[in-house]
Design a protein around this ligand. Structure first.
Ligand SMILES: Cc1cc2nc3c(=O)[nH]c(=O)nc-3n(C[C@H](O)[C@H](O)[C@H](O)COP(=O)(O)OP(=O)(O)OC[C@H]3O[C@@H](n4cnc5c(N)ncnc54)[C@H](O)[C@@H]3O)c2cc1C
Length: 410
């Protein structure tokens, strides 16, 4: 009798241990960009053992300026409220958008802060990619971020994932999150759908220290040229970001920084002096030149113990400015799915259900908006953008996009 009782009690103990054991313990995230770091913060809060592996040897002042829209801010606020506070301090809370012709003439001034706060309960912020990366990294213990770790592949089985790095190291984890951007190695091994797709626009961009009256600290400026669009953003601390994109069938990249600079100067050769002067005042080495790319939407982006996030999962054209904001949505939802599921399979399937349809719509609308923005003259571009808020796309769509509140999606 006593033996039977002991057997049952041991059996119950094993069952209870099994049930109370978390479905994953160790998580490897490849990529310490905006998505990888935000995900690390969100998953650590669920008690998982997180390690982030980044190919760069150090965090350097690189990258573009970007906009963070209310949907992205809503998610960041739930992941960690202090990120939003730091972001507001370091970046720019945009009050108004100005539209100009390439001659410099102002066509329209569009209120942003009052409108966004009233409609979406959040401001519209602009910041330097690198500053945002620093803010996110500051919320994590430095020892969990492993620089100089370029992922080159992985193998998985029922018990775990083994991840390989160029420096010869390999690590084991219960879950691998590929947050390694547009040219994701994790995606290539997981899905194998080849190179990104050129959307039809070339872009030149730079972040520079520029003390110039052209752009007030709480403004953004859009200028419509001839099949070119320039944007000026304030990214904090006296730095501004300029980006010029151009409809172009040629997506080749210049052989040198000097050639890239002369190419973009050529684009603005007939533009008003102060606009052209901005490009002229930028050191050639600071100008990033490249094609704008996306990828066709995927029906699934997880297999077994591996999933994707951010640009690795759903890279998009830039004109709606949603790359980072949708990535923060992913980070929040992935962590939620792991806190609410009883198996990896259930967590990843529910993560895909919450994310794939929405991001497909945003990807498609971003590519469309990119092309449409070239089609009109500057007055129509400004009127459309003004009527429909920030981007040349529908008001109803923007309400759906910006009103995304993480706690409403469960
Ligand atoms: C010109 C331009 C303007 C943009 N403007 C906006 C905007 O206004 N608003 C907006 O929301 N978004 C914008 N974006 C997009 C935004 O920057 C990205 O969508 C966002 O950062 C996605 O985050 P991510 O973590 O997926 O990728 P990323 O931020 O690109 O990070 C990927 C990280 O992975 C690392 N990595 C890559 N390969 C490996 C590897 N093999 N091993 C280890 N590490 C690796 C990279 O070094 C990088 O740190 C813009 C993009 C561009 C190009």
């Amino acid at each position: 009798m006593a033996r039977i009782w002991r057997f049952e009690s041991d059996f119950m103990k094993t069952q209870i241990e099994k049930l109370s054991k978390p479905i994953i313990e160790k998580v490897a995230i490849v990529g310490a960009g905006l998505g990888g770091l935000a995900t690390a913060i969100a998953l650590r809060k669920q008690g998982f053992d997180i390690h982030v592996y980044e190919k760069a040897q150090e965090f350097r002042p690189a990258g573009a300026g970007l906009t963070i829209a209310p949907n992205g801010l809503n998610c960041l606020a739930v992941i960690e409220q202090s990120i939003v506070e730091d972001l507001k301090r370091s970046g720019c809370d945009v009050r108004q958008g100005i539209f100009k012709k390439m001659t410099g003439e102002t066509i329209a001034i569009n209120p942003i802060r009052s409108r966004y706060l009233e409609k979406y309960g959040q401001p519209f912020l602009t910041i330097w990619w690198w500053r945002l990366q620093q803010i996110l990294a500051s919320k994590l213990p430095p020892e969990i971020i492993h620089l100089n770790h370029r992922c080159v592949g992985f193998e998985q089985n029922d018990n775990g994932v083994e991840i390989y790095f160029e420096n010869g190291k390999k690590v084991y984890a219960d879950l691998l999150v590929g947050a390694d951007g547009l040219n994701s190695v994790v995606r290539e091994k997981l899905i194998g759908d080849g190179k990104p797709h050129y959307v039809g626009s070339m872009i030149w961009r730079a972040v520079i220290k520029y003390n110039y009256e052209l752009l007030k600290p709480d403004e953004i400026i859009s200028i419509k040229g001839n099949k070119q669009i320039m944007r000026l953003l304030n990214v904090g601390d006296g730095y501004i970001f300029w980006a010029i994109r151009k409809l172009s069938s040629d997506f080749s990249v210049s052989d040198s920084a000097t050639l890239a600079k002369s190419r973009v100067l050529n684009e603005v050769a007939e533009w008003e002096e102060s606009l052209r002067g901005l490009v002229d005042a930028t050191e050639a080495e600071q100008i990033l030149e490249g094609p704008i790319c996306d990828r066709p939407p995927l029906a699934h982006w997880s297999k077994g113990r591996v999933t994707l996030l951010g640009d690795a999962a759903h890279p998009m054209a830039t004109s709606i400015g949603q790359g980072a904001s949708t990535t923060f949505e992913d980070a929040y939802e992935l962590a939620q799915c792991f806190s609410q599921s009883s198996s990896i399979e259930e967590a990843l399937s529910s993560y895909e259900k919450r994310r794939i349809d929405r991001t497909q719509i945003i990807q498609t609308r971003s590519a469309l908006a990119d092309m449409r923005s070239y089609e009109t003259d500057s007055e129509t571009f400004s009127r459309q953008t003004q009527e429909q808020s920030q981007t040349p796309t529908g008001e109803e769509f923007l309400d759906w996009l910006y009103n995304y509140k993480p706690f409403m999606t469960a």
